[in-house]
Design a protein around this ligand. Sequence first.
Ligand code: ZN
Length: 428
Amino acid sequence: MTAITNRLKDELTARRDDLIALTQALIRIPTLNPPGANYREICEFLGQRLEKRGFDIQMIRATGAPGDSDRYPRWNVMARREGRHTGPCVHFNSHTDVVEVGQGWTVDPFGGEVKEGRIYGRGACDMKGGLAAAILAAEVFVDLCPDFHGAVEISGTADEESGGYGGVAYLAEQGFFAPDRVQHVIIPEPLNKDRICLGHRGAWWAEIETRGEIAHGAMPFLGDCAVRHMGAVIDAFESRLYPAMAQRRTDMPVVPEGARQSTMNINSIHGGEPEPPDDYTGLPAYCVPDSCRVVIDRRYLAEETHAGVAGEVRALLDDLKATRARFDYRLQEINHVAPSMTDREAPVVTTVAQAIREVMGKAPEYVASPGTYDQKHIDRIGRLKNCIAYGPGVLELAHKPDEWVGIDDMVQSAQVMALSLATLLLTD
Ligand SMILES: [Zn+2]
């Protein structure tokens, strides 16, 4: 195995310029989501490249998925190359979408500029650098080891940044991640080149509305103020829910450390009159608000349950209903994602861990993600447990201005991926 290990590593070092050019080309296709632009362009680009290397290409539109329209179709690409003998399938899944640019850039966000060993651009780190590294790893592997067993797959999928329903969730529903079709999945999200991400916390999003009664603002006692009722809800969160959540610690290796407990964000609050248009120059009308809404984003631990998390919020609201005059509420779940954790002894984990030791000369760190990513769909819909996130890039740079990915990091993580393919698909 040592001879092939060194050849794979050397060949990836030699193809560094190709890796840079591929990453730049991907960054230059502005796949902004929302709205979900240029998915077809990036899928065709990937398909054309991999077809030349002997991969079978399927273009799959997630017709009817949330966000899919004729103007912004949700295209996905699936590339598969069969080996010469039967064996397992190793799949690399990358999302092709990037989040909005935002303020504060000093370089062109879609320029792919190279400076001091880094490639800059929106999506450089999250996760076009990881996608490019996986492609180079697969290409080098099939070139040097054409006699391999099983199959290598690469997918480029839509909409991860908005939940993955037009991407991996759709493909999983179509059976692409069924355990009899795919046996090992690596998602090259930017978790740092020496870390293996085993899974993520759960998430529960809900909208709470308090109701009141509209009246003239000069006689508020004739109405009922929904914003004051919401004040009581937030007060109950502060005095009861947040302290209770702060007590709950998880055994999951979540990074950063602050996310190793239950957390909740209040995303938004809207009460009373809608915001006037920017060109409105009048004063507000005098009304007692009859509705106030908040959206909450509750991240939960493997040790908690969906029912427990939702029930805890509902119990607080029911207490207010029992004790506070005229209090009434509506609670509506917006979305739910169960926590996902792959076993440390799963074959994809031990394989990638060994490859990290060989390339970087040190043991990997095992982590879990504070937020969710496409592993949730592979686990829940695909029923495949042998899945990790592993890829180049510094997690903290994702979604930030002047996002970049380090070229040496990409080369090294591509080496880790190629060595992992050798372990899983070659028999001596
Ligand atoms: Zn990502």
